[in-house]
Design a protein around this ligand. Structure first.
Ligand code: DGY
Length: 326
């Protein structure tokens, strides 16, 4: 077999780059590629596998012209890739699931606790010099134990979030595949001890003290949380999003937060990332992170290894360990 060529749009952590370099030629542009450059390279006939990031749009136009064997996405989510268009052209697509589950679930709990206990406001208060001593009513927050955590989605990450929330003595209600839901096999949550049960999307929306999103971005989940849903949430509720920004109508969220329709939000992802909806950054009842769900050194290095192995397998015409379109 000829030496394969990998086009890496943004360099991966070292373990991934090393695996790719051992297996073939690596094209890794020093500057971010424009959309046109990416299209041109993928259609050039000299790239076997594209190693993409979640910010790279691998759309139907690119795939129609591409001469690729595969696309290896350095992410668990793959909404940046038109998988149907890839499948139609027999281009394999792979992702990096599993390894980031715990880190993303940890970050979700961080946002639950951080919004509940007003951690950003409190930090800013202290740094501004406003702290003059302990007071009975200083920066009071909300409890988490005994409160209901509603989960939209119950895949790997949703389940790991449930496990952590139960350890904080929260009550967990989950709706897999919202808004319709799907039948739940008790086996799916039998290993989790505590107050946990499946629920309809309507129940999750209207009874949650914390509503956390763990769904992929699809046409069904785009704006799953819209003005109507925000209106049906408790006015004391807090919305958490570590999934994908466009699952929430961000303008409607800013309105709901500003008018007290809901109490707060902890966000790691944004509808028009990296831009924030006007007004969001000025709201004190938010904790806002720059898409860090999987951002630990170990996880990112493991993702790089998995991503590179997927790329090498596809370059060799083999099925990768994590195929999206088997
Ligand atoms: C993913 O992998 O989908 C995350 O959003 C980025 O780590």
């Amino acid at each position: 077999m000829n030496t394969p060529t990998f086009l890496v749009t943004t360099p991966l952590p070292a373990p991934g780059m090393e695996l790719l370099a051992e297996a073939g030629r690596v094209l890794s542009p020093a500057e971010p590629m424009s959309r046109e450059e990416l299209h041109r390279e993928c259609a050039s006939g000299r790239v076997d596998v594209l190693v993409s990031q979640l910010v790279d749009p691998v759309d139907a136009t690119l795939l129609a012209a591409a001469t690729l064997r595969g696309v290896s996405n350095y992410a668990a989510g793959y909404n940046n890739i038109d998988v149907a268009a890839a499948t139609a052209r027999s281009i394999m697509v792979a992702n990096t699931p599993d390894i980031l589950t715990r880190a993303t679930a940890d970050l979700t709990l961080l946002l639950v606790l951080g919004t509940a206990r007003r951690v950003v406001e409190s930090d800013q208060f202290l740094r501004s010099g406003a702290f003059t001593g302990w007071q009975p009513d200083l920066l009071l927050g909300h409890d988490v134990s005994g409160r209901t955590l509603g989960l939209a989605g119950f895949g790997r990450i949703g389940r790991a979030v449930a496990q952590r929330a139960l350890a904080f003595e929260m009550k967990v209600r989950f709706c897999p595949r919202p808004p319709e839901g799907r039948p739940v096999d008790p086996e799916e949550y039998s290993g989790l001890s505590g107050d946990i049960a499946p629920a309809s999307w309507e129940e999750v929306v209207s009874t949650s003290d914390y509503l956390s999103l763990h769904v992929p971005l699809t046409e069904q989940t785009r704006h799953l949380v819209n003005a109507d849903v925000l209106e049906r949430m408790k006015d004391s509720a807090i919305l958490i999003n570590t999934a994908r920004g466009p699952v929430v109508d961000e303008a409607a969220l800013v309105h709901a937060l500003g008018t007290g329709q809901i109490a707060g939000a902890g966000l790691d992802v944004y509808e028009h990332e990296p831009a924030l909806a006007p007004g969001l950054a000025e709201l004190p009842n938010t904790v806002l992170l720059p898409h860090l769900g999987s951002a630990t050194e170990t996880v990112r290095a493991d993702m790089a290894r998995v991503c590179a192995r997927n790329a090498v397998a596809m370059a060799r015409g083999e099925l990768p360990a994590h195929p999206v379109n088997p």
